[in-house]
Design a protein around this ligand. Sequence first.
Ligand code: AMP
Length: 290
Amino acid sequence: MNVVHTINEVRSHVRAAHKSGKRVGLVPTMGALHPGHMSLVTAARKSADDNPHGGFVAVSIFINPTQFAPGEDLDTYPKTLDDDLKLCEAAGVDLVFAPGVEKMYPREIAADTTVTVSNLPDTLCGKSRPGHFAGVCTVVAKLFNIVQPDEAFFGAKDFQQAAIIRQMVADLNLPVDIIICPIIREADGLAMSSRNVRLTAEDRKQAPAMHAGLALGAAIINDSHTPAAEVIDAIEKHLRENAPAGKIDYIQIVDPKSLQDVAATDKSVLIAMAVKFGDVRLIDNILIGE
Ligand code: AMP
């Protein structure tokens, strides 16, 4: 496994891989890798190995400052590079790209050119994190141009992010296949997240109520296609009772394509939520009917 920190090194490794006919897969991450990330790496490795000429798996590890607003957790975001590299090596990753901020944003943090997708960022996480998805799209577009992968892997935990990246790739005709992988959870249902280690012991006990609330909502919808507003009330009640320390940012039931709120639940819907425990903001979702 090669670990590189510059764009030129990435390009020369990927050029060699492409020259020998390999399919190049990219897993973009912010590090502090856990089994959720590693499931994307496994999917990338499998897809690469299924290619008749073999494949090449690249993982990027970069805490992208432009997707954090002032006052968010950029400074306290967990950093575990040595462990991350060991996990990548064990998973058969070919290349880790771990650039410093100055390599990705050589002039200033606020790049003059940004990539913004319209509409999809106006709801869910985008409402409470203005500018977040422009930061995400800009860094992902940069990573796609640096690595030039044939395919890139994202997790369904960040459902809105995946939808926005798909939109960006379609609208800009980027030649990258986007593969979305399922949410990986702890045994008690909590969606794995790099931020989970920052939960207090008490908050960690309460946080699985997020998934339990989503499962409750899904059960109600599957059972009786109850109107969205009533389902949201039931989930909110579940959270108030089982995760009193959590401050609900949003619970929404939306169309999985447009991400617009729906009133009825007789078609495929996504229930998504964000809850803050102290300054740790967690997200989760469940897709119903697809
Ligand atoms: P992050 O390092 O948080 O930016 O995440 C990098 C990628 O891993 C994103 O595509 C996430 O959606 C994905 N990811 C994070 N947590 C999970 C999880 N629990 N299950 C599946 N994918 C995940």
